[in-house]
Design a protein around this ligand. Structure first.
Ligand SMILES: NC(=O)c1ccc[n+]([C@@H]2O[C@H](COP(=O)([O-])OP(=O)(O)OC[C@H]3O[C@@H](n4cnc5c(N)ncnc54)[C@H](OP(=O)(O)O)[C@@H]3O)[C@@H](O)[C@H]2O)c1
Length: 312
């Protein structure tokens, strides 16, 4: 009962800004001038579905060579076929919940061809059922946080992120419902698992991680974190069927969800030292509720925790 009321309060609090109404108010219906990403290499994770697919197709249309990562080879092939310039859409099949798969990516010839100008850590899942990966990690934690952490760190260590490039992390407005927590994020005990809570924690951690990368790498490359609002995708249909049914008429299109990623890649604003999270081309506060500021952990604790798990 308390949980349902809390969810209702949360959704009511954000419906005006996270829905398509918020997008229209902030960005408008006018088509923005088409960006020019010619000569750039992009790497987009979770590129075959929903928001990632819209990002990959639009970056390709704007001239970029796009390395597209997801698990299903058939869907990667279909994405390539749907691209304006299929020759610049490069499929890379990998399970981004598996560290072994992620660690193979930097040695692929197509990844080594030239440094990545725009890395979009888009992959993310909300799992209602508890699952462990074959490496013994809770699957949504591995996909949403540890995977993007390891991929980004390994690409940077291998010199495969362009120093004047940009990392764009896709978080979620769900992160407004969680402070930074460490151990509960990788919940290996099925009896304690709550998919929604876990997802909110992972997405909060992406915000902290973004600030850390900017501190550590001093803008070479710079990192931004954004959230797409509420978007009608397969992910939402599978994980949140009631939410989707209730709000279907005001959910965003994948293109609207992708808009801020493309805008950040084109505009490259300097990251603010105090952080923030982008929504609809504007920087929003990292906290909406005072209680989420309270955490015994710092962002550096988070990095140390992820490094420990990555070394297993
Ligand atoms: N939709 C929303 O309303 C919303 C709101 C806030 C934030 N977000 C965030 O936006 C991002 C994209 O969400 P979406 O709704 O567009 O997702 P989606 O429709 O579920 O698409 C997910 C994509 O990720 C791939 N994927 C899933 N697990 C993977 C894995 N282990 N390894 C490699 N690829 C994997 C899927 O392809 P395969 O299955 O073939 O691997 C697919 O391409 C996520 O980070 C999500 O948290 C979405």
């Amino acid at each position: 009962m308390f949980r349902s009321l809390a969810s209702l309060f949360f959704y009511a609090r954000f419906v005006r800004s996270f829905s398509a109404l918020g997008y229209r108010r902030a960005v408008g219906d006018e088509d923005a001038p088409a960006p020019d990403f010619s000569g750039q290499t992009w790497l987009v994770t979770g590129a075959t579905g929903g928001i990632g697919r819209a990002i990959a197709l639009q970056a390709n249309r704007a001239g970029a060579r796009v390395l597209t990562v997801a698990r299903s080879k058939d869907r990667l092939k279909a994405l390539k076929a749907a691209a304006d310039t299929p020759g610049r859409m490069v499929p890379l099949a990998a399970d981004l919940a598996l560290l072994a798969d992620i660690r193979r990516l930097p040695s692929k010839r197509s990844v080594q061809t030239r440094p990545v100008d725009v890395l979009v850590n888009n992959v993310g899942v909300l799992l209602n059922d508890h699952q462990l990966t074959e490496e013994g990690l809770e699957a949504s934690f591995a996909t949403n946080l540890l995977g993007p952490f390891v991929l980004t760190e390994e690409l940077q260590a291998a010199g495969l992120l362009a120093a004047d490039g940009v990392i764009i992390n896709v978080s979620s407005g769900g992160m407004y419902g969680s402070p930074l927590k460490l151990e509960p994020m990788n919940c290996t005990n099925p009896d304690r698992f709550d998919g929604m809570t876990a997802y909110a924690m992972h997405k909060r951690a992406m915000v902290e991680l973004t600030r850390c990368w900017n501190d550590h790498w001093q803008g070479a490359p710079m990192a931004h974190v954004m959230h797409p609002g509420w978007v009608d995708t397969q992910g939402v249909r599978t994980a949140l069927p009631v939410f989707r049914k209730t709000l279907q008429r005001v959910l965003r299109t994948p293109e609207q969800g992708a808009d801020t990623v493309l805008w950040l890649a084109a505009q490259r604003p300097t990251p603010a030292p105090e952080g923030g999270i982008w929504l609809d081309r504007s920087l929003q506060p990292e906290h909406e509720f005072s209680w989420t500021r309270r955490s015994p952990h710092t962002a550096e604790d988070l990095v140390a925790y992820l490094q420990r798990l990555a070394q297993r």
